[in-house]
Write a protein that binds this ligand. Structure first.
Ligand code: HEM
Length: 401
């Protein structure tokens, strides 16, 4: 379906939230560097998105200022203001240097059996019933346990941690309401307290992220506040993204039963299937920057201080980059997508995310006669703009005898 002419793209509009792809196509074709609602620039073509993400003039610290002004003074802005996602060089490189080793494939190998066992544990009750809500019963608890494992935190407190994390995370979205802000302020105090207690109980030996950060703190490479803000934001970014991507990926498979059958018959296709799910309907739809200089892009003059949003979800459907961009095809030769970003901020958690997606989607595809248990109109998306994820995804299958 083609969208009507997009005059001022607004990712918070209800129809865009439900299905942004018709608008993306219009932008890709007619206005690749578009002045949208609230004077924000939207960049959609793959080549331009990659160029923006690799150019330091499109910076982050201005976004931190914008956000800290929005939430006002207090613990929330002190903690979230210090996160790696809001830093430019040299602080960004310093923090990435400290946390990076915990994300390497060799460091993450210890989590592989944990992830496999978690998926099996979570699926067990559903296997007997033949029904489940994939979002609530598998995607969220899996992603939360994996990120707690990465950090080296116990998983007993995951209900509270998930609740605080979602409340804080909602304040980071362009569509956040006054009530979201109030709940974010209320949650951060308890969340920070929990992290402080975990830090007090930990030593700086071991391979996990908490141990690495404590060792860096001892060497003067990271402040205590930066540790707390890193824990808070990694829990949020690490679990919201994966949980949303499990739901989006499974829905793409369910909407294309031929592709689901193909995967069921050839489990070795799980890795390219995950890449196609990431390309086709990414959990992170956009990334925001603020210009530190005037820049010309496609004949448009973007001014210093202008806010620029790159649309990964659009770049992944760019016909200049992908053959048959709107076809969901798990056998396509995977061309890297923009779903994990690009350049110096390329997602640190991509390996961990792929590990979870392959394990979860592989196991779900193996459920006999897996099918949706609700009509398409019954599916709704969470009220967010940067992240795209379903509120629930009920499925049915043949129960184990
Ligand atoms: C499907 C799941 C995921 C998706 C789609 C995703 C997507 C992204 C994207 C697009 C960026 C770039 C942000 C920008 O350029 O402004 C990013 C950065 C980042 N991601 Fe992920 N992510 C996922 C999972 C994870 C996980 C599991 C973690 C683990 C905690 C994680 C940690 C990070 C960190 C720390 C950064 C910041 C890197 C930097 O600023 O240098 N992500 N992610």
């Amino acid at each position: 379906m083609l969208a009507d002419a997009v005059t001022a793209f607004d990712p918070t509009a209800d129809d865009v939230r439900r299905d942004p792809y018709p608008s993306y196509h219009w932008l890709l074709r007619h206005d690749p560097v578009h002045r949208g609602a609230h004077h924000v620039w939207y960049v959609s073509r793959f080549g331009d998105v990659r160029a923006v993400l690799g150019d330091e003039r499109f910076a982050r610290t201005g976004i931190r200022q914008f956000w800290t002004d929005l939430v006002g003074p207090g613990l929330l802005s002190r903690i979230v203001g210090d996160i790696i996602l809001f830093q430019d060089e040299p602080d960004h490189g310093r923090l990435r240097g400290v946390v990076g080793p915990a994300f390497s494939p060799s460091a993450l190998r210890r989590l592989e059996p944990v992830i496999a066992a978690t998926v099996e544990d979570l699926l067990r009750p559903a296997r007997a019933r033949g029904t489940m809500d994939v979002v609530a019963e598998l995607a969220y608890p899996l992603a939360l346990r994996a990120v707690l494992g990465l950090l080296g935190l116990p998983d007993g407190d995951e209900d509270a941690v998930g609740r605080w994390s979602r409340a804080v995370g909602r304040t980071l979205d362009r569509g956040a309401s006054a009530e979201d802000m109030r709940q974010g302020h209320a949650a951060i105090a308890e969340f920070a307290d929990y992290v402080e207690q975990a830090l007090a109980a930990r030593r700086d030996d071991g391979e996990d992220l908490l141990a690495l950060m404590l060792a860096a703190h001892r060497r003067g490479l990271m402040s205590r506040n930066e540790i707390v803000s890193t824990v808070v934001t990694f829990i949020f970014t690490g679990h919201e993204t994966v949980a949303s991507q499990v739901g989006n990926g499974l829905l793409s498979l369910l909407n294309h039963p031929d592709q689901l059958d193909l995967l069921r018959g050839a489990p070795q296709l799980v890795a390219p299937a995950v890449e196609e799910c990431l390309r086709y309907d990414p959990a992170v739809q956009s990334n925001t920057r603020q210009l530190t200089a005037d820049v010309e892009l496609h004949g448009r003059l973007l001014g210093r201080h202008d806010v620029v949003v790159v649309l990964a979800g659009a770049a992944n459907r760019d016909p200049l980059r992908y053959d048959r961009p709107d076809e969901f095809d798990i056998r396509r030769d995977p061309i890297p997508s923009m779903s994990f970003g690009a350049g110096m901020r390329y997602c640190l958690g991509s390996y961990l995310a792929r590990l979870q997606l392959r394990t979860a989607l592989g196991a779900l595809a193996g459920l006999p006669d897996l099918r949706p248990a609700t009509a398409p109109e019954g599916l709704t998306y969470q009220p967010r703009t940067m992240f795209r994820g379903l509120t629930r995804l009920p499925v049915a299958f043949t129960p184990a005898g």
